[in-house]
Design a protein around this ligand. Sequence first.
Ligand code: GDG
Length: 483
Amino acid sequence: MSKTIIISNRLPVQLEIHNNEIKTTPSVGGLATGMKSVHSGSNDLWIGWSGLTDENIPKNLEEKIDTTLKDHGCAKVKLNAEEVDGFYFGFSNRTIWPLFHYFLEYSEFELNNWEIYKAVNQKFADAIIAKADDDDIIWVHDYQLMLVPQMVKDKKPDISIGFFLHIPFPSYEIFRTLPWREEILRGLMGSDLIGFHTYDYERHFLSSVRRLLGLDVSFNEVHIENRIVKVDSFPMGIDYKKFSEAGKANSLNITENQSDFQQRLNAHKESTKDAKLILSIDRLDYTKGIAKRLNAFEYFLNKHPEYKEKVRLIILAVPSRSNVPQYQLLKKEVDELVGRINGEFSTVNWTPIWYFYRSMPFENLIDLYTSCDIAWLTPIRDGMNLVAKEYIATRTDKTGVLILSEMAGSANEMNESLLINPNNFEQTVAALQQAINMPVEEQQERNDILQKRLERYNVEKWANDFINSLKEQKENSISYVSK
Ligand code: GDG
């Protein structure tokens, strides 16, 4: 029986070792939750790095770790500390991540990291080759593994390979600055189907393929030797039911079932009757525009002092990649901005910003989504942004206003939100005012349309569309060769 093999840098379960005991927790984040529906079959397999370096795995637990992962339908790729440093923190997060998000000046071009990236991609490819049968479907995920498709194709030319990029693909003018641009494109071209969140990323990719590899691109197909590679957009959805049901349970308002956090939020709402809670949630990443959002908030309070004590900004910044220098600098900047704004505007009764630098359990995330009147999500660049979709899905009474950056992939599907350019402070201020004063009926009208769309194109549909398109592509490719 054919199986689907998913490959991503991290597995859907996180491993921790305490006192010689293995503890597993589900991974958070879009990719992990999103792929659950595809990874439910008992025959299927998910290959990835466990999150523990070889140096951190006690020899006597090695076998137990493999069995634990197997129970979750997973298999691990072993990486040592030097590999994680060069491949993950180095090439993936200090070269590709900034470059693909248009932060050219942050991008480092280190030959050594590139060499490690290639070697680690080969390790992932070898793990697939060892486990895959010719009739299996291979689905490779994201920017850490862009060389894997061709490495697998070299050894298993008949196997179906799909690749999905979760971050933007930049314009040709940005992509061409990468010293290893042709190698990256050739790595990806080992796929039968390449998917992006948006049509724009798809077009950027095809333009680079045509100009850098000189391949024949017709519409969304690339002709390469005796194969056709299909390139398409698949905007990733969310597990709509999960978020909407969690939102519903939360709003039932049964006091004894409420978390302390929810009770605190409710108490706040009670005591400040007409004040609005504004929510900002992101990993602490320079692409998410957190510092810019804080500057815009300060500008707003200065320009419109009538909103003092009438709004509160709740910032949840989830720690991320904290050993990359740019992230350490950003942490310092955000800490300072929050301190400065609170210092400047606080009154005896009011602190303008509540700032949480941590990851919260799912229930508290829902508490925040359901309690906040406005979600202010304005990345400078973002492949999709699932938080925007999750916020709308939890609003079961259909109230709430989403202010969303035009630079997020999700903006393409969320036209009924207030779309802004995060660099335009005047527009941001106007959107904040509009959100604060928006009549409930208008909020409900906008959210009704958004919810219907999100419910229809949920994550299961996204994954099925991709897999079906890959199967179809394989069949077309076979008939193309035999013509
Ligand atoms: C990448 C791309 C693309 C966040 N904080 C907590 C928490 N989360 C969950 C959210 C959401 C996920 O993490 C974040 O997803 P995003 O899409 O917003 O952003 P990235 O992590 O940057 O994801 C992005 C995505 O891949 C999928 O393709 O949309 O553009 O950059 O699901 O709910 N979950 C919990 N506690 C938190 O504190 N439990």
